[in-house]
Design a protein around this ligand. Structure first.
Ligand code: G3H
Ligand code: 13P
Ligand code: ZN
Length: 304
């Protein structure tokens, strides 16, 4: 079933677990996320970035998410990730997304407040929840990029929340998008997070939260890939963050790693197999296992 983002996050914030936000780009990733959630009886947020929309088509990707989500009893929010283009945001609202992220984090504060407030006004009328972002999360994906990390200031976060009326806030506490998150030891600024949580008192969101599991790195490298120096968010630190206000945890890189590991292994071991369905089935199996593992870490199993 399709539900509002706010409904999922109000409960997870109160009960101190996190709902998984999973980025999807195609049917296979979507099917795997949904099947894993059904098995774990976990709610989830199914997200499309502007890059995913460009790749798959906006109406097309939304239709398959809606169709599959409506066929299950598990509650799913459908969310726009890192919305920046107002045409894409307006179309997402029209199509029926239940959550919209407006990412004004690269703009000066006053402008970030202004555009975020504009999106809140558009969404409020339709009962759609809005995620804002303050501070910058590092790293580079397809269309989501930031070179300089600026950690979130707890006092400014309070002002941002009061002035914009966002339902949840993405905070920068040291994470980065992609597989290369930390040059030295992995470290989240939990003290800063505690202060932000105290001053904002709304569900907080952790982007760039992938764990980058070694088992996928080893498989990818064994079967011809090269991923030197990759490092993700350790489970213990993720759990600490969830205890301190993180109610939504974003994952894309771990999906990519699981998918790629499955495909590389399959292709190497089955040199004569040319059936895309066999190849994709392996990737789907890897993704299902990854999402189940993630749900356990986030504490969202049996919360549907
Ligand atoms: O936060 C970024 C997501 O991983 C989306 O990345 O722009 O490559 O789709 P993308
Ligand atoms: P990862 O790159 O760590 O998976 O983060 C994804 C994300 O933040 C999507 O918005
Ligand atoms: Zn992100």
């Amino acid at each position: 079933m399709i539900t509002s983002l706010q409904k999922l996050l109000t409960k997870s914030y109160k009960e101190k677990y996190a709902v998984g936000h999973f980025n999807v780009n195609n049917l296979e990733i979507l099917q795997s996320v949904i099947t894993a959630c059904e098995k774990m009886k976990s709610p989830a947020i199914i997200a499309t970035s502007e890059g995913a929309i460009k790749y798959a088509g906006h109406k097309e990707i939304f239709s398959i998410i809606k169709n599959l989500a409506e066929q299950t009893k598990i509650p799913f929010a459908i969310h726009l990730d890192h919305g920046q283009d107002f045409d894409v945001i307006k179309k997402s609202i029209q199509l029926g997304y239940t959550g919209i992220m407006i990412d004004g984090s690269h703009k000066p504060l006053e402008e970030n407040i202004k555009i975020t407030k504009k999106v809140v006004n558009l969404c409020q009328k339709k009962g759609i929840s809005v995620e804002g972002e303050l501070g910058t999360i590092g790293g580079a994906e397809d269309l989501v990029e930031s070179r300089n990390i600026v950690l979130t200031d707890p006092k400014i976060a309070r002002e941002f929340v009061e002035k914009t009326g966002v339902d949840c806030l993405a905070v920068a506490i040291g994470t980065s998008h992609g597989a290369y998150k930390f040059k030295e030891n992995a470290k989240l600024d939990i003290e800063r997070l505690q202060q932000i949580n105290k001053s904002c008192k709304i569900p907080l969101v952790l982007h760039g939260a992938s764990e980058v599991p070694q088992k996928y790195i080893q498989l990818i490298e064994k079967y011809g890939g090269k991923l030197e120096g990759v490092k993700g968010v350790p489970t213990l630190q993720l759990k600490k963050a969830i205890k301190n206000g993180i109610a939504k945890v974003n994952t894309d890189t771990d999906l990519r790693l699981a998918f790629t590991a499955g495909i590389r292994e399959f292709l190497t071991k089955n040199k004569e197999d040319i059936d895309p369905r066999h190849l994709m089935n392996e990737a789907k199996k890897f993704i299902r296992e990854m999402v189940e593992h993630r749900i356990k870490e986030l504490g969202s199993s049996c919360k549907a």
